[in-house]
Write a protein that binds this ligand. Structure first.
Ligand code: LLP
Length: 463
């Protein structure tokens, strides 16, 4: 069943207010970054920086990442696991949400580890100075080269399938066994978009439960493989707590069987998946509530079976970084089709945020240079790409905008930059990290020359 993510963007709260008590707010429940406020020029400020001024300084469009919100989310995860789980724990950031040097460095400073899913993500985290001991390498079709890279660096590998196990058995060194976790499909359904559900049985990820007894036997016999853990991930942008409550029992049952088969299991990885608020209609549990559910369920399942508490790993992506970033655009022209629709355009779109066209995702927009202006029309915000489906936000309830206004889309930290493209040869926007009134470039805006960097013109085609 496909659950539509389409929501109404009407009946929103105006004037738009930042979170009232930012120190206790769970970032994933806040539409705006925690430091957001409206300044005395009636403009949105994030991290002490006026967003409209940032566009003048760094160009448009611009990703603006609030360091305080990102660090707060890391801290809330870390503290909640310490509080609710009686054993040891490690939160690892699913870096597919946004992988770049500065993001990895901030998160590493907060003590988190990293989930990487490709040689490129692994390289990025290593270059950011992350210790390999805290890196877990995922993926359902890792190449031999990627596996070799992770083995050489001494990362933990989350093994997805038989082929990978066989390659690892060949390339690992019995004198220095590689830590592996086995990924399984837990058979748990959840309500999210079909494309981002992974825990149900018909999934390309992980071992099917009926393969596991044989897998355990195989791993136990490989001197180069140290089968330290099991992993499952149910899906993404999940608001229910039940799936993660159920997951504890499923994983602990399999842990008991793996221990019986002789594997030295000491880690359980429950994946990520906690949703965030993209519009007022979204109501995700807080980070603390989610951690409490997941941690207590694993602890109880261990108590019920008389097993020692494994190290509990979780790998959130979206709920760590999603609400920490906004994308600021500049408004262009408008087109009114009488009795049908009014379009306004912005200077970006599906190349900097492919989520609306891919998943019909709905965001919240604010006019950043007139924060208290009342919404007075329903318009569709279109991107600048040559594609009718390049709609940033359909039927948005907005104040009247003019060319040059700052249109801000909220909660764009997760799966925006990381899924961005150069469609129509549009360079990816710059990203700045903001804190205490300071804005630092963390990703340069792509230039025309950048777009040609990998192009080669054969001699015989040269003019
Ligand atoms: N662990 C595994 C194994 C995953 O596959 C994912 C996400 C995560 C952790 C992190 O999940 P999160 O906490 O971010 O929900 N591009 C889609 C989301 C794809 C998620 C893929 N896996 C989107 O834009 O909504």
């Amino acid at each position: 069943m496909i659950i539509s993510t389409e929501k109404s963007t009407q009946n929103l709260t105006y004037p738009y207010l930042p979170p009232s008590n930012s120190s206790t707010t769970s970032p994933n429940q806040s539409l705006l970054p925690l430091t957001a406020k409206t300044n005395d020029r009636d403009r949105l400020e994030v991290g002490g920086c006026d967003v409209t001024e940032l566009l003048q300084q760094f160009g448009s469009p611009l990703y603006i990442l609030d360091e305080v919100t990102l660090r707060t989310a890391c801290g809330q995860y870390r503290d909640a696991f310490k509080h609710y789980y009686p054993g040891s724990s490690q939160v690892i950031y699913a870096s597919k949400a946004w992988s770049c040097l500065a993001v990895c460095a901030v998160i590493a400073q907060e003590g988190l580890g990293f989930d990487v899913v490709s040689g490129g993500e692994l390289y990025t985290t290593l270059e950011a100075g992350v210790s390999p001991e805290k890196i877990y390498f995922h993926g359902n079709n890792k190449s031999r080269e990627e596996l070799q890279f992770a083995v050489d660096k001494d990362c933990a590998i989350i093994v997805d399938n038989w082929l990978e196990l066989q390659i690892l058995a060949e390339i690992t060194d019995p004198a220095k066994p590689t830590r592996i976790l086995l990924r399984l499909t837990p058979g748990i359904e959840c309500h999210t978009h079909e494309y981002i559900r992974t825990g149900h049985i018909d999934s390309k990820f992980g071992f099917d439960p009926n393969q596991l007894p044989e897998v355990f036997k195989f791993v136990a016999q490989q001197p180069g493989l140290n089968g330290i853990g099991l992993h499952a991930h149910i899906g993404s942008q999940i608001f229910e707590r039940q799936p993660h409550q159920d997951l504890g029992g499923v994983l602990v049952d399999w842990m008991a069987k793996a221990l019986d088969a002789g594997l030295p299991i000491s880690e359980l990885n429950i994946g990520g998946g906690l949703g965030i608020r993209y519009t007022e209609a979204d109501d995700p549990p807080s980070i603390e509530e989610w951690v409490k559910t997941a941690a207590e369920s694993v602890a109880k399942a261990c108590d019920d079976r008389g097993l020692a508490y494994p190290k509990l790993i979780s790998e959130p992506g979206r709920s760590l970084i999603g609400s920490a970033c906004i994308t600021a655009y500049t408004v262009g022209g408008r087109k009114t089709i009488p009795d049908i629709r009014t379009y306004i355009t912005v200077d970006g779109g599906m190349s900097d945020n492919p989520r609306p066209i891919t998943y019909q995702s709905v965001y919240r927009a604010v006019v950043g240079n007139r924060m208290s202006a009342k919404p007075s029309e329903i318009v569709t915000v279109a991107g600048k790409h040559c594609e009718s489906g390049d709609i940033v936000l359909k039927d948005a309830h907005l104040p009247l905008t003019e060319p040059g206004d700052t249109l801000i889309i909220l909660a764009t930290g997760a799966y925006n930059y990381s899924m961005a493209s150069n469609y129509n040869r549009i360079g990816r926007p710059a990203a700045v990290l903001v804190k205490d009134g300071d804005a630092t470039i963390i990703i340069n805006r792509e230039t025309y020359a950048d777009l040609l960097r990998q192009d080669r013109l054969p001699q015989r085609l040269k003019p």
